[in-house]
Design a binder for this molecule. Structure first.
Ligand code: AHR
Length: 520
């Protein structure tokens, strides 16, 4: 890229106001070099890493997804239509339900049969009561409407192998067994497809405070009786480690590798690292911004170290590492329902770097579920009775859609750091893949709230002829979408990239922004 080409693009970018969303004058740009090795394709990025998690708690399901057929809120068979449409638009590949901690106190028979007659149970894990209006039929139908695979978490904590195996018979039975007939009598003729079956959740904690070796034995017993009918094959998911509990991984994988198809790991990004005082979702300062991003990046080390343990017992990488709960977790907003939090540009940055890390580990990480879908933790969607708003995190999942099922491409980044106080993180992140549409897609993340970056993007193996892009940024690091201002953080077309004579690309990367380029 010649100096002349650079100054033209940079001048254009400044003119378009792309170098910083804020009205304040941007800092002088930093420089970075990114090489995407188009000629060295890697593993497939499984669509399921874009999965989501919906637990029966707070307003995650009741109001967030389910309003009932008689609701004045527009709905499709009781599922709110605005939420359904939004989820369909981002092609959610898989949904995990009913928990979480709630899975180990959930009994599936409570959630079948006529709705008005179902039992009401306490939710010991998260407070409140479950009227069981949203049960097995509702979840399976919802997933079908969204077009997502299903990931059911079976109850090990207070359940039994028999309860689990009956549930599977009820769901998948294609013959004349009593439970298949009961399903038909309840309105569903065809068996459903159950793709993933979790056996226990956080069994080291809320799922029963077990020790690793004991859980491995329990898992083997449950897995033996986890059988679907009609020729369906289940992907059986073991309850994996809490963040850096490598001893759990060692014990469970050593004890049950043969019976495990996927192994879950849970990791939540907490700005302060202190579960008692996690920090606020809004109105935070730059110290909290960089601390949050640094905490989010830690997932790279966690995946690498859990994978290394799995490699010892499973060198062929048959077992998936499923990050089946991830996302930001802040202090519950005063007066809000359980685990409700706002979602700002900071959450979008966390999602963008985390998804990029999943791409980098695509050989082992083949499923993930952000926590959670609606009104809970790092939600895609927030609702307030009849109103709905899409969060900045939703828009990252939207921008990153071309990475679903794409082929990962190795990326080298040479960039300076972004530092604030005594915290320092890399000044640029990049991930790339060859999409199923044939194009090369490159996502760039600039975490610096003030400093734009001039990126020289080399693409050995591709002489780019056309580039277009979309970007997500906002006026301030804590900008949120509200019901009154739903479009404060929203993707926009990105015009700050240009192709040089050699096919390399110059990108005027704005501050605090995520940019996704499509190159052909
Ligand atoms: O996502 C909220 C909770 O976090 C889940 O119920 C539990 O598995 C985890 O601790």
């Amino acid at each position: 890229m010649s100096y002349r080409a650079w100054t033209t693009i940079w001048g254009l970018a400044l003119w378009l106001g792309l170098t910083g969303h804020a009205a304040a004058a941007p800092s002088a740009p930093a420089a970075a070099e990114v090489t995407v090795h188009v000629d060295r394709p890697g593993p497939v990025i499984h669509r399921e890493v874009y999965g989501q998690f919906a637990e029966q708690l707070g307003r995650g399901i009741d109001e967030g997804i389910w309003v009932g057929e008689d609701s004045p809120i527009p709905n499709v068979h009781g599922f709110r239509k605005d939420v359904l449409d939004a989820l369909k638009a981002i092609h959610v590949p898989v949904i995990r339900w009913p928990g979480g901690c709630y899975a180990d106190e959930y009994h599936w028979r409570d959630g079948i049969g006529p709705r008005g007659q179902r039992p009401v149970r306490p939710n010991h894990s998260w407070g409140g009561e479950d009227r069981n209006a949203f049960g097995t039929h509702e979840f399976m139908d919802f997933a079908e409407l969204v077009g997502a695979e299903t990931y059911l978490a079976a109850n090990m904590g207070t359940g039994s192998p028999r309860e689990m195996s009956d549930w599977l018979e009820y769901l998948t039975g294609d013959g004349q067994t009593t439970l298949a007939r009961e399903r038909r009598a309840n309105g569903r003729d065809k068996p459903w497809k159950v793709t993933y079956l979790g056996i226990g959740n956080e069994s080291w904690g809320c799922g029963g405070e077990m020790r690793g070796a004991y859980y491995a034995d329990q898992y083997r017993q449950y897995a033996t009786f986890a059988r679907a009918l009609g020729g369906q094959t289940l992907v059986k998911v073991a309850s994996g480690a809490n963040a850096d509990d490598y001893a759990w991984t060692e014990a469970v994988i050593a004890g049950a590798a043969k019976q495990i198809d996927a192994f879950g790991v849970h990791y939540y990004t907490i700005p302060t690292g202190d579960w008692k005082h996690k920090g606020a979702a809004t109105g935070f300062d730059e110290k909290a911004w960089i601390a949050t991003l640094k905490a989010a990046l830690h997932i790279d080390e966690l995946i690498a170290r859990h994978s290394a343990i799995m490699d010892k017992y499973d060198p062929a990488k048959r077992i998936t590492l499923a990050v089946d709960e991830w996302g930001t977790w802040y202090d519950n907003e005063p007066g809000a329902t359980a685990l409700y939090q706002q979602n700002s540009l900071r959450d979008a940055m966390v999602a963008a770097v985390t998804l990029g890390i999943f791409h980098a580990h695509a050989d082992r990480v083949r499923m993930a579920n952000i926590a959670q879908m609606v009104n809970v933790l790092q939600a895609m969607i927030l609702t307030d009775h009849g109103r709905m708003v899409l969060t900045p995190t939703y828009y990252v999942f939207d921008l990153y859609q071309p990475f679903q099922g794409a082929t990962a491409l190795p990326v080298d980044v040479r960039a300076g750091d972004y530092a604030f106080g005594d915290v320092r993180i890399p000044g640029l992140y990049a991930t790339a893949a060859r999409g199923t549409d044939g194009a090369v897609h490159v996502a760039l993340v600039n975490p610096d709230p003030a400093r734009p970056v001039r990126v020289a993007l080399a693409l050995p193996g591709l002489k780019a002829k056309a580039v277009r892009g979309r970007m997500l940024s906002a006026p301030a690091i804590d900008t949120v979408n509200t019901f009154e201002r739903p479009d404060a953080v929203k993707p926009a077309a990105f015009t700050g990239a240009a192709i040089g004579a050699d096919g390399a690309v110059a990108v005027a990367m704005p501050s605090k922004a995520v940019v996704v380029l499509e190159l052909r």
